[in-house]
Design a protein around this ligand. Structure first.
Ligand code: SF4
Length: 339
């Protein structure tokens, strides 16, 4: 494991095991996580110590796509082994939010998602997740205040590395991001939700729902065949209670599939009694999925119906819609020679 995956305590032990004073471990941690750097040759650590340190994990910005419509930037990052992953930087009034990837590819098979079309390639390390944030911060001289795990990959399918990443990002001697400003988005891995609830960390949970009916959800999200809606909503309730937090439900509106009044009513009933926020997302079409996005009128009617019933609901603002849209499309288009 590369050493920029380690905690201050692990780095102290590393320093001592390599004949250095313990404090060198903390120095390494702040170099990696407060300065956000990996160019050890420019640190003030002793040369003979640096020479013993093997290569560190990195995620270098390989391509940047800047929206002409707003300040959104989308990135392809290159990992040390040449794999490409993607991320998005969004500028809001309250600061910068960055969406990061947790795996190269994904094995969850959601039909509307480009990231899963070639399956899972590999898990990212915690440091590869950190590097996505730190390289963007260094490139634009900014501080990212919100991190969203919603790029390629299912975070619960890489649980240990994801959890370590969140803890490292939160560490007061490092980036010191509040857990409340971290959002983990899952397609509905119930075991993972329960495990995370037991950690006792107030991480914001987002669940991709996309249908209030088991049959349709199983068609578009195979995870539903393992954990059905009833099990998923029960886990969401447990998570909400354990962390005293509101759960976000992502609902992508697909024309003629899940955007009728009946769907809105069923969605409301499903989430009744839960501290929930519904985020409606207009579908970004991909080649392999022959459905289109709902019309603007259908989206508004769906929202109004939910509001009439008393749900908290927003329509996700489409940022950077002129640059290759949803999760997985940049990597796929680039590798397919389209970008
Ligand atoms: S939507 Fe998320 S969980 Fe589903 S296939 Fe895509 S990356 Fe994986």
């Amino acid at each position: 494991m590369s050493i920029n995956n380690l905690t201050p305590e692990e780095l102290e032990a590393y320093a001592e095991a390599h004949g250095e004073k313990k404090f060198r471990g903390k120095q390494l941690f702040t170099f990696f996580n407060k300065s956000g750097r990996v160019d050890l040759e420019h640190s003030n650590l002793p040369k003979n110590f640096i020479n013993q340190i093997p290569r560190v994990d990195d995620a270098k910005i390989f391509r940047t796509y800047v929206s002409k419509l707003d300040d959104t930037k989308k990135f392809l990052f290159e990992l040390n082994d040449g794999n490409l992953i993607e991320g998005v930087l969004m500028h809001y009034k309250h600061g910068y939010s960055q969406c990061i990837s947790t795996q190269v590819g994904c094995r969850m098979g959601c039909v509307f998602c480009a990231s899963t079309k070639k399956g899972l390639v590999r898990n990212l390390t915690s440091a590869e997740m950190l590097r996505q944030v730190y390289t963007v911060e260094a490139a634009y001289h900014i501080k990212v205040s919100n991190v969203i795990l919603m790029g390629s990959g299912e975070p619960m399918d890489n649980y240990d590395n994801v959890l370590k990443f969140l803890k490292l990002l939160h560490h007061p001697q490092g980036h010191h991001t509040s857990y409340r400003n971290m959002t983990l988005s899952t397609c509905g891995v119930v075991d993972g939700i329960d495990k995370l609830a037991r950690e006792g960390l107030p991480i914001t949970l987002a669940i991709s729902l996309h249908s209030p009916y088991n049959d349709l959800r199983s068609d578009i999200m195979p995870i539903n065949r393992k954990y059905n809606l009833e099990e998923l909503i029960a886990a969401a309730k447990r998570y909400s209670e354990a962390t005293s937090s509101r759960i976000t439900f992502e609902y992508t509106l697909i024309a003629g599939e899940n955007d009728t009044r009946d769907h809105a009513v069923a969605l409301y009933s499903l989430l009744k009694g839960l501290r929930a926020h519904i985020n409606l997302i207009p579908l970004n079409a991909i080649e392999e999925y022959d459905k289109g996005r709902s019309t603007a009128e259908a989206i508004q009617s769906f929202k109004k119906e939910l509001e009439r019933l008393g749900a908290e609901v927003t329509i996700r603002r489409e940022l950077g819609s002129d640059i290759s849209a949803s999760c997985g499309q940049l990597r796929r288009n680039f590798e397919g020679g389209i970008l």
